[in-house]
Design a protein around this ligand. Structure first.
Ligand code: ZN
Length: 170
């Protein structure tokens, strides 16, 4: 396993489309292992493959930050099939270090995906898990949480980021 470099806003790989995984081979297993290690090392509660520069539909999530062995979720080719409710909560992103803000999300989501071996899985998420699922699936569609905030807040964010040195983790 290896820790991979996390791509930072505004790198273009974060904005591109990701391709579905078709072969559940050794290369995929290596990518998943590296993503898990990179997420825990960061530390973060989720990581999408394009955040480590691989434009594939793969994400890893652990809202327990590694404290609960059962909490690790690996999703390949995930898709939200049901959502309900609405709530605002503070959100941040490993690709946008040093910036958090309130983001409105669905309270509950149901996601259909494949596991790391290609078997179908279904995940019901609520609260923080629902938020993490939506955040990571957004990544796989080239979307960032700053796209989901109001225009004025977004302008403010862009100004601040263009002033700061990109990649600074402060
Ligand atoms: Zn993120």
């Amino acid at each position: 396993m290896a820790i991979r470099e996390i791509k930072k806003y505004p790198e273009s790989v974060l904005r591109g489309k990701t391709e579905p995984v078709e072969e559940f081979n050794e290369e995929l297993q290596k990518l998943i292992e590296d993503m898990i290690e990179t997420m825990y090392a960061a530390p973060g509660i989720g990581l999408a493959a394009n955040q480590v520069g691989v434009a594939r539909q793969v994400t890893v999530i652990d809202v327990s930050l590694g404290s609960d062995k059962e909490a690790l979720i690996v999703l390949v080719n995930p898709e939200i099939v049901h959502c309900e409710g609405e709530e605002s909560s503070e959100e941040g992103c490993l690709s946008i270090p040093g910036y958090t803000t309130m983001v409105k999300r669905f309270t509950k989501v149901k996601v259909q995906a494949q596991d790391r071996n290609g078997n179908p899985v279904e995940i019901d998420g609520e609260g923080l898990l629902a938020r993490a699922l939506q955040h990571e699936l957004d990544h796989l569609n080239g979307k960032l949480f700053v796209d989901r905030i109001g225009r004025i807040k977004r302008e403010f964010f862009k100004k601040r980021y263009s002033r700061e040195k990109v990649g600074s983790s402060k």
